[in-house]
Design a protein around this ligand. Structure first.
Ligand code: AMP
Length: 427
């Protein structure tokens, strides 16, 4: 009886070579552009103490209350697979005293994140982010620079028709005043809509503005907005940022209802959305988190960052996305060896190693087969050159070299084949 096929768990997916090539290309573009802005790569662990996220992201957020992959390890510690990278990067910044270096610390990181969300198109339980963080100043010029870098990257990978949504969600002084006013308003407006909703509003009234429920849309449209409550500092920060963006030619939309789901944000928040993504329309989210480093035991360090969702980014770039050069693999095979007979097969192994040692991309048939079937495999490999080895060639100290593009075949000295191919392929 055939064994049952094992499949991956719900909400995760395999990235096969053709798609992985597009991923690498997007990552390469990110590395190149981020380097121009002075960012260095940081690789943080994929799991951390649970406390880092509950303290950092906030106990009342959806991520912490519902979506974390948390488990007890064999030593009894509570461990969580990282649901995002910012908290880890701040932890690393504090732990490694990166604040001791002068100036702004600019860091980026790429990798998988884990959230137990309901899987749907564009939403996975393991997904990947490109994350950039700049720590060390509350100057709105840094907010602008971070947004310039983000938009330059999105454009460089070929994304068009995006919308940059921008807001300022206030600071520790004016946000609580706004939250109280919003709570009062929502309590009145949502009376009779259920205890569950009432409890959620009580816990964090700002999150109501994120609601996708059509019944809530009309209430949200009449709700007080944060800009009416900004103190002088927040208004100045927002106005200055807008001026920088205008001067830099970056288009944005002011969206006073944009709050974002993580507690650590303050002042600037932004999101990049695309109509082509459907319900899960955000390709990137970011904002300021001036209190997080201190919350994690470091010195007061204002900071800002963003996270781009790789799956959504590549969904948008589609087949015409970064790195589509026509070939199906990143480094196509250049030479393919067809071997007929036992001694030719053994020689094929040696020859392939020799060619690879010369820096050529070589492959061969495995498991023998007729000339016809092996040539079919050679053809499918896409290699420009095919080497045919049979008893006659071995006896004569030669190989038959076929140029697939020219449909020509010639005999070449076995000893000189490496030089010959290098001259043709690497000239
Ligand atoms: P966030 O960390 O929630 O601000 O998300 C930043 C970006 O990561 C979003 O704009 C999405 O592009 C992406 N993202 C977040 N959650 C998921 C998920 N469950 N599946 C796929 N992408 C996600």
């Amino acid at each position: 009886m055939a064994r049952q096929k094992l499949t991956a768990v719900r909400g995760v997916k395999d990235i096969l070579p053709e798609e992985a090539r597009r991923w690498s290309e997007a990552e390469r573009v990110a590395r190149e552009i981020f380097a121009r802005y002075g960012y260095g790569e940081i690789r943080v662990p994929t799991f951390e103490r649970t406390e880092l996220f509950s303290r950092g992201i906030g106990d009342s957020t959806d991520i912490v209350t519902k979506e974390m992959y948390t488990f007890e390890d064999k030593g009894g510690d509570s461990i969580t697979l990282r649901p995002e990278a910012t908290a880890s990067i701040c932890r690393a910044y504090v732990q490694n005293s990166l604040y001791a270096q002068a100036g702004v610390a600019k860091l980026f990181c790429m990798g998988p994140m884990f959230r137990y969300e309901r899987p749907q198109a564009g939403r996975y339980r393991q997904f990947h982010q490109i994350d950039a963080e700049a720590l060390g100043t509350d100057d709105p010029a840094l907010d602008a620079e971070v947004i310039f870098m983000l938009m330059e990257f999105l454009e460089a990978v070929g994304l068009a028709g995006l919308s940059l949504q921008l807001n300022n969600i206030g600071d520790a002084e004016c946000r609580p005043v706004y939250a109280a006013a919003l709570l009062e308003f929502l309590k009145k407006e949502t009376a009779g809509m259920g205890a569950d909703l009432a409890e959620r509003i009580e816990r964090n009234p700002l999150r109501f503005l994120d609601s996708k429920d059509p019944d809530h849309a009309e209430i949200i449209s009449r709700a007080p907005t944060i800009d009416q409550y900004w103190n002088k500092r927040c208004r100045n920060h927002f106005d200055t940022l807008c001026r920088h963006l205008d001067r830099g030619g970056v288009r944005y939309e002011r969206n006073p209802a944009l709050v974002r789901g993580l507690d650590y944000y303050c002042l600037t928040v932004f999101e990049v959305t695309s109509e082509d993504l459907g319900a899960q329309n955000a390709v990137c989210g970011g904002g300021r988190y001036d209190g997080l480093v201190e919350e994690l035991g470091g010195p007061p360090t204002p900071a800002i960052g963003f996270a781009i969702g790789m799956e959504r980014l590549l969904q948008l770039t589609g087949k015409a996305g970064p790195g589509t050069g026509g070939e199906s693999v990143e480094y196509p095979i250049e030479v393919f060896i067809v071997a007929l007979g036992e001694s030719a097969e053994a020689e094929s192994l040696t020859l392939a190693s020799e060619l690879r040692g010369r820096g050529l991309r070589a492959d061969r048939t495995f498991g023998g087969g007729s000339m016809k079937s092996q040539m079919k495999r050679a053809d499918r490999s896409g290699a420009r050159y095919v080497i045919v080895l049979g008893d006659d060639e071995i006896a004569g100290g030669v190989v038959a070299l076929r140029d697939m593009a020219e449909s020509q075949q010639e005999k070449i000295e076995r000893a000189g084949i490496g030089d010959h191919l290098c001259a043709r392929l690497r000239a």
